[in-house]
Design a protein around this ligand. Structure first.
Ligand SMILES: Cc1cc2nc3c(=O)[nH]c(=O)nc-3n(C[C@H](O)[C@H](O)[C@H](O)COP(=O)(O)O)c2cc1C
Length: 198
């Protein structure tokens, strides 16, 4: 589930809230799954991976990750990202462009304290995306952390990222392939919308 908080009355958001409700009513699984594409200055490559979108607070989209992971390093060096969600239950794609940055420490601490301890043990024990000799060692690290660490204390290497899109495109599939595409772009504080050809 995505937590929709501090809802706003701007056209693309009203549309988004409605689509989210429709997706849930239609039984969409993994409704939180969102692809984040980023750019690596280091390797001159574009990279992408799914994350779980946990909050849409006003016009902020928030997910959580490891602050030393490849994605975090990429965001730090180059803050432009694009994000994509696809809800197959309603055949809808939502495509966004934004600048990304970390959320506040206070927000992380509060969120972390209220998460399941098992999830926190993974966040604490994993040096995300670093090579390890075996999966067994991953499990050992996790179990040791579960027994020995304070699972309420958010480590400084874990937390949220937030972005506020300036471009949001809604793509709605049509059985005759006459797909409906509506693009919202924020221009000097105001959303301008246009339809795009399929
Ligand atoms: C559906 C789905 C949701 C995921 N959610 C998260 C998430 O919220 N945070 C996260 O760090 N990784 C998440 N992952 C794992 C990432 O896709 C990725 O493997 C990991 O973050 C390492 O990425 P990086 O090496 O680019 O930093 C998720 C994977 C899938 C398939």
């Amino acid at each position: 589930m995505i937590n929709l908080i501090n809802k706003i009355d701007e056209e693309p958001y009203v549309k988004l809230y409605k689509l989210y409700d429709n997706a849930l009513e239609s039984g969409q699984s993994n409704v939180e799954a969102m692809l984040i594409a980023s750019y690596s200055n280091e390797t001159n490559e574009v990279d992408a991976r799914y994350v779980n979108l946990k909050f849409i607070s006003s016009d902020n989209f928030i997910f959580f990750s490891n602050y030393k992971s490849p994605k975090a390093n990429q965001f730090n060096a180059h803050d432009q990202i694009s994000a994509v969600m696809y809800w197959n239950a309603i055949d809808t794609q939502i495509r966004m462009k934004a600048k990304i940055h970390k959320v506040s420490k206070e927000f992380n601490n509060k969120y972390f304290t209220n998460r399941q301890p098992e999830k926190n043990a993974v966040a604490i024990s994993s040096k995300q995306s670093i090579e390890i000799d075996s999966y067994e060692k991953v499990i050992n690290n996790y179990e040791k952390t579960l027994e020995t660490k304070n699972l309420k204390k958010c480590p400084e290497y874990w937390g949220g990222f937030e972005f506020t899109p300036y471009s949001i495109e809604f793509w709605q599939g049509n059985e005759k392939r006459i797909n409906k595409r509506e693009l919202f772009v924020k221009n000097e504080g105001k959303w301008v919308s246009k339809f795009l050809q399929p």
